[in-house]
Write a protein that binds this ligand. Structure first.
Ligand SMILES: [Zn+2]
Ligand SMILES: [Zn+2]
Length: 364
């Protein structure tokens, strides 16, 4: 199968994708992802950058190079917009704030375990999903730590959701001891926005659109004047973002559907600028496709449950994912789908020893 556009290695080219908006690509190497798009929004004040890449020297040097090609120095960066709390998006934010005095804009709910108040989310990006049902889940080098376990009694991967590294490790990160003080600073937001807030960059007004699902703090920006959407990981051209079930207290898949409907129903969209892959034009069409993909996954689970009767999360995950993807991320996404079916009244769950089993509700 040909490599997907999200997997392409970072090009050094800087391309103007819309008036005063530049696409710059920074290198990342995560399952299914070869680059992250950092957009530069240019105006008379200098430049606002969206999602300035991973923490670390290679990404920083690439960012300085791309800015330089566009005629900017680091000190020209007046604002950093971070779409959500994954490191390939927030990595350069702290350093830009430190070196350029840039404002760091996030959604109100933005949280990482780098926060001084010990927030409880954010591992590296977990995009693993493919529209044709081929998944890369489980390819991460999970660093499972501590005794905490998932609801289906598997060791909790700290990268997948609610679990955090131990305090000592978080302190080391905060002190810059792991990646080096020069290259890593916690992405402290200076400006937390709410849904419908309006910001001005690149000579346009942008409306903040809160789009929870992939993460609880995901933020898209929409320019009503020309229909451009900065879509982050929420709407990507050929892959779909990982939906983790390991988020307490709500139904992330329902939230994700709501967020897809919001972006899909924005008036007059002309161009989506995603965080990975190429810009694309049919925003409502892509939102509908991603939703259909998950509806099909739900149907696959219903069918599996019809055949199996009562079954565990792990067992059901093996019906949803191919063997090369089996593991914690596949289970986490399966769990999100099962909980969605449970909360909509189609399934029931019960504890069997330490494990969690699901079955369809029998029609009366
Ligand atoms: Zn992400
Ligand atoms: Zn990403």
């Amino acid at each position: 199968m040909a490599a997907r556009q999200e997997q392409e290695p970072a090009s050094t080219d800087v391309v103007e994708v819309a008036p005063d908006i530049l696409r710059m690509q920074l290198p990342i190497s995560l399952p299914g992802l070869g680059h992250v798009n950092t957009y530069a929004l240019c105006d008379e004040r200098g430049v606002a950058v969206v999602d300035p890449g991973l923490p670390g020297k290679a990404s920083w040097n690439a960012l300085v190079d791309r800015l330089g090609q566009a005629g900017y120095r680091v000190s020209d960066v007046h604002t950093v917009i971070v779409t959500h709390s994954h490191p390939d998006h927030f990595g350069g934010a702290g350093l830009l704030r430190h070196k350029a005095g840039a404002k760091v804009v996030t959604h109100r709910a933005f949280r990482t375990w780098l926060d001084p108040d010990e927030g409880d989310d954010a591992g590296p990006d977990e995009i693993d999903d493919r529209p044709d049902g081929e998944h890369e889940a489980g390819a991460h080098d999970h660093e499972a730590e501590g005794p905490r376990s998932t609801p289906w009694n598997r060791e909790m991967p700290w990268k997948a959701g609610t679990f955090r590294p131990p305090l000592k490790r978080r302190m080391q990160f905060r002190a810059g001891k792991i990646l080096g003080q020069r290259w890593m600073r916690a992405p402290e937001p200076s400006h937390r926005v709410d849904d419908a807030d309006v910001l001005t960059f690149a000579g346009r007004e942008w409306v903040a659109v809160h789009t929870p699902g992939h993460t609880a703090d995901h933020l898209c920006l929409y320019s009503p004047a020309d229909g451009i959407v900065l879509s982050g990981d929420h709407v990507l051209p050929t892959i779909t973002p990982h939906i983790s079930g390991l988020v307490s207290g709500h139904d992330p898949l329902t939230e994700f559907f709501g967020s897809l409907d919001r972006i899909g129903s924005l008036e007059g969209t002309t161009l989506a600028l995603p965080a990975h892959g190429h810009p694309f034009t049919d925003v409502p069409g892509r939102c509908a496709e991603i939703r259909t993909h998950h509806e099909e996954r739900l149907e696959t689970l219903r069918e599996a449950a019809r055949g199996l009767g009562e079954a565990s999360v792990v067992e059901l995950s093996k019906h949803l994912f191919k063997p090369r993807s089996w593991g914690q991320m596949a289970e986490s996404e399966t769990y999100a789908h099962l909980e969605h079916l449970r909360m909509s009244g189609e399934m029931v769950s019960r504890r069997v020893d330490e494990d969690l089993h699901y079955q369809l509700v029998e029609p009366a």
